[in-house]
Design a protein around this ligand. Structure first.
Ligand SMILES: [Zn+2]
Length: 138
């Protein structure tokens, strides 16, 4: 297991996810987490036939920057279910002649309370760990 930081792709957006629903986990230290599921439109995506929906595909992690503004990162979990989806996506990309960009994945050591590795390094410079359901500054 490595504690090397992972660069988290920037998916900042306007407004807080809190406007839509309460977080799945209040991590503390002005950080909150929402699980994101994977449920493709199956009629349009036959490449995913035989792969069940993935309720915990990844998560959005929202936090406040020192200036009080919102920032958002998105992570994917490294589970057999997520790998199966990504393998199918990669095969489809190759079939269509597109370059496939693999998204980084985080190891899940515990779902409840949530512990993942490695650390999360946001594009804004925010850096920390999610351990036992809490944000731990790096
Ligand atoms: Zn950030």
């Amino acid at each position: 297991m490595s504690d090397d930081p992972h660069a988290v792709p920037d998916v900042s957006r306007h407004g807080s996810w809190r406007e839509h629903r309460a977080p799945d986990i209040e991590l503390g230290s002005d950080h909150a987490l929402w699980f994101i599921g994977w449920r493709p439109e199956r009629d349009l995506n036959p490449q995913y036939d035989g792969i069940p929906d993935v309720p915990r595909f990844g998560a959005n992690v929202e936090h406040l920057k020192p200036d009080g503004r919102l920032c958002m990162a998105c992570i994917h979990f490294d589970t057999p279910e997520v790998r199966a989806v990504e393998e199918a996506s990669k095969r489809q990309s190759e079939k269509l002649g597109f370059q496939y960009h693999e998204y980084p994945r985080w190891q899940v050591h515990s779902w409840e309370p949530l512990t993942i590795s490695p650390s999360l390094l946001c594009s804004c410079g925010d850096h920390g760990f999610i351990r036992e359901g809490k944000w731990v500054k790096a």
